[in-house]
Ligand binder design. Structure first.
Ligand SMILES: C[S@@+](CC[C@H](N)C(=O)[O-])C[C@H]1O[C@@H](n2cnc3c(N)ncnc32)[C@H](O)[C@@H]1O
Length: 229
């Protein structure tokens, strides 16, 4: 595994790597529902037989599904321990890994030739999302696509930041409106999105509140973007 990193987010996720799967993914039906929605969005936009570059793969929640469908997957993360955790959890002949910061993506083999880039739950950790997006833009060929998300405007993480007056979990706040401008500036257009980023109440029945309002507050706002031709 090649290693190119330079950020203390890596240290944070190195510490998280031991417990990340239990902590974030599988603790409740509610969290599983959030993950199910996000995964469905990613798979919807995965090109057939794609050469995939994944950024911020973590221990492989998306990776383990991507390797089943893609021709090849290059899974990358800024945290070496996350990459190690991924290697323990996901084994596939079409999987390669690399420890790299999104800012250094041009060091990844086949940069510029990927069909699909998957970057889920990562850009909220990057201090210059515009620069991050331009690195993602450079990773794909002109017909490629990028699937990514960010924390929605009503995320409890943003409320926590306001209350405590400091960032939580090494995240930065990018309002959805701001991100749409950055997407455009990086030379992309949005073809699909999910997650409203605000509470949805219309047509709601009580039994659905747990799975409709709350996931909307907790999961991200996702985008499928393609280069402007
Ligand atoms: C919230 S976790 C998401 C992991 C995985 N995508 C998932 O959804 O299960 C964020 C991941 O992004 C990685 N990450 C954070 N900043 C990064 C950066 N600048 N470049 C590459 N990876 C980064 C972290 O190490 C961590 O594994």
């Amino acid at each position: 595994m090649t290693k190119i990193v330079n950020d203390n987010v890596a240290e944070y996720y190195d510490r998280q790597s031991q417990h990340y799967v239990e902590l974030v993914r599988d603790q409740s039906a509610y969290r599983r529902e959030i993950s199910r929605r996000e995964l469905a969005f990613v798979l919807k936009h995965l090109k057939p037989n794609a050469k995939v570059l994944e950024i911020g793969c973590g221990p492989g929640f998306f990776t383990r599904e991507l390797v089943k469908r893609a021709e090849s997957v290059m899974a990358t993360d800024i945290s070496e321990k996350m990459v190690n955790a991924l290697q323990k959890r996901v084994s596939a002949s079409n999987l390669s890994t690399m420890c790299v910061d999104v800012y250094d993506l041009d060091k990844v083999p086949h940069y510029g030739e990927y069909d699909t880039v998957v970057c889920m739950r990562v850009l909220c950790h990057v201090d210059d999302a515009g620069r991050g997006l331009s690195k993602l833009r450079g990773a794909i060929h002109p017909q490629g696509n990028v699937i990514f998300d960010l924390l929605n405007d009503f995320s409890y993480i943003h409320f926590g930041r306001k209350l405590l007056g400091r960032p939580l979990r090494h995240t930065k706040y990018y309002p959805v409106k701001t991100m749409r401008k950055l997407i455009e500036q990086a030379g992309f257009e949005v073809t699909d999105s999910f997650g409203r980023g605000y509470p949805y109440i219309g047509g709601m029945t009580l039994d659905k509140i747990g799975y409709q309002i709350l996931p909307d507050l907790a999961h991200g706002v996702g985008f499928n973007i393609i280069p402007v031709s």
